[in-house]
Design a binder for this molecule. Structure first.
Ligand SMILES: *Cc1c(COP(=O)(O)O)cnc(C)c1O
Length: 482
């Protein structure tokens, strides 16, 4: 995006500084078909077939558009089991864009987390973090440790307009460390909190947390998967950063951490994962797990062509005109929905638009999965696929009881450099329709519930015939339109 001003101010919209040169045909099924497909998918948007989806907003993971330069770089990928030149190019890109000397490759973000958990979690340990991510938590608990969330209260308040709702609650962190120091080996900072609306963490807060870790001898780990958006927010929202380049901010943040890892399905517009550090001792503790779980140390389960794409993608991450596109499209949609009265998480965060399902359905209990129901309704209403980020995405407690999510959100992710503004406008239009017809919508219940990561492949059914009624209302309102 650029700062280009429109002549007619009232028509100002985010303006792309790139053009599309490869396209993919999309299909929009009639509403009756959409209802059928939702039923076949067990009311779980993960189980839909992509061909049946018009606007896929499930995730920003592995679906960001590549640039011409990334595609070109993929042609020079060096296929070698060991010592591939591609590995050294990626390592150099990490050095030049993050200032970190050493890198361990892994096939994606959760593979990095598996290695971190194996290396640094003992049974009974506690891992403090601003907020958990599903895969992070699954690996940590698998190793017998537990996650402790210390996000500031503003982070869980969907109506708080603070610009950095991903910040740690510093006094709580200090007290927690004081009370549990023996159980803590490492702390994780998620830059751009995935599960609470892509809300960023301020550089100031990160530096404070890093300082506490240094004083206490705790390993500081940054999950940089969503750092791209967070960099944009630090530059545009945080005092003292307006005149710093994205590269300067990136270097400043990375220099303060012991370990930085990321999913290259998000950071770097590609696919893969990397664990980076300047600390040789820590890298040594993780190194052995790479050949064990991933592959040899110079590819780590990644395909060399993807590694070339990450290398180029990391340089593009330093380009403000590229990285502002996602956050600005999201802000555009959030503003439009908010003006209409739709409950959305504000301020606009990175990664997607987050609808607050609890306010769509104030009387629906968590146990009827309001965010899941909203996800099913959005697909029926517009062929739009979102992701439930509420109670279904939680794991049951060890005793089998439900753990209710702090926020019941439906996330409509905005993959980077992918959609046009008219498609964003269409989504906003269908969200408004669902909002206006929210009283027709009911809950869901599980018919098949896996014990681990149930949100990926669990199956649910609607409670009552609300989906049929929604389809009838759609026909009444839209006539024979798709
Ligand atoms: C996506 C994500 C991960 C996991 O990465 P994958 O590549 O999907 O395994 C970890 N942390 C955060 C913050 C993420 O957004």
């Amino acid at each position: 995006m650029s700062n280009v001003k429109f002549y007619r101010e009232e028509h100002q919209v985010p303006l792309e500084m790139h053009k599309v040169r490869i396209v993919q045909k999309l299909f929009l099924l009639p509403v009756e078909e959409r209802q059928k497909k939702m039923e076949e998918a067990g009311n779980n948007t993960f189980l839909l077939h992509n061909k049946d989806i018009y606007i896929d907003m499930l995730t920003d993971s592995g679906v960001n558009a590549m640039s011409d330069n990334q595609q070109a770089a993929m042609f020079q990928a060096d296929d070698a089991y060991a010592g591939s030149e591609t590995f050294y190019r990626l390592k150099k890109a990490i050095k030049e864009t993050m200032g970190l000397n050493d890198m361990l490759p892994a096939h994606q973000g959760r593979a990095c987390e598996n290695i971190l958990a194996e290396a640094f979690c003992r049974p009974g340990d506690l891992v403090p973090m601003n907020f958990h991510f599903t895969t992070t938590k699954a690996h940590i608990t698998r190793c017998g440790a537990d996650v402790v969330e210390l996000v500031a209260a503003k982070g869980l308040d969907a109506n708080n307009l603070d610009p950095f709702k991903g910040d740690f609650d510093i006094p709580r962190l200090k007290k927690f460390i004081k009370d549990h120091r023996d159980q803590i080996q490492w702390l994780r900072i998620e830059t751009g909190t995935n599960l609470i609306g892509g809300q960023p963490i301020s550089a100031h807060n990160m530096h404070e947390v890093a300082k506490i870790c240094r004083e206490e001898g705790i390993i500081s780990v940054m999950d940089a998967s969503l750092l791209q958006d967070n960099l944009h927010f630090i530059k545009t929202r945080e005092e003292g950063y307006k005149d710093k380049s994205i590269k300067e901010i990136m270097f400043e943040l990375c220099a303060d951490m012991d370990i930085v890892y990321f999913s290259a399905r998000k950071l770097g517009f590609a696919r893969g994962g990397c664990i980076c550090s300047n600390n040789e001792k820590l890298m040594l503790r993780m190194k052995e797990y790479v050949p064990l779980y991933e592959g040899f140390l110079t590819y780590g389960g990644m395909e060399v062509r993807s590694m070339e794409a990450i290398a180029v993608g990391l340089y593009e991450t330093l380009d403000e005109e590229y990285i502002s596109q996602g956050p600005m499209f999201i802000e555009h949609m959030v503003n439009e929905l908010h003006e209409y009265g739709v409950p959305v998480v504000r301020p606009a965060g990175g990664l997607g638009v987050h609808l607050n399902a609890s306010e769509f359905f104030p009387d629906m209990p968590h146990g009827q999965y309001p965010a899941g129901a909203l996800g099913a309704a959005m697909y029926i209403a517009g062929g739009i696929r979102g992701m439930e980020r509420g109670t279904i995405s939680e794991q049951r407690e060890r005793d089998g009881s439900e753990r209710y999510a702090a926020l019941e959100l439906l996330r409509l992710a905005v993959p980077r450099r992918v959609f046009t503004l008219s498609q964003i406008e269409y989504v906003a239009d269908r969200v408004k329709w669902v909002w206006d017809n929210r009283k027709l919508i009911g809950g869901l219940h599980f018919v098949e519930e896996p014990a681990v990561l149930r949100f990926f492949f669990g199956r649910l059914e609607p409670i009552g015939d609300w989906q049929q009624k929604l389809v009838e209302k759609y026909r009444a309102d839209f006539g024979d339109s798709l």
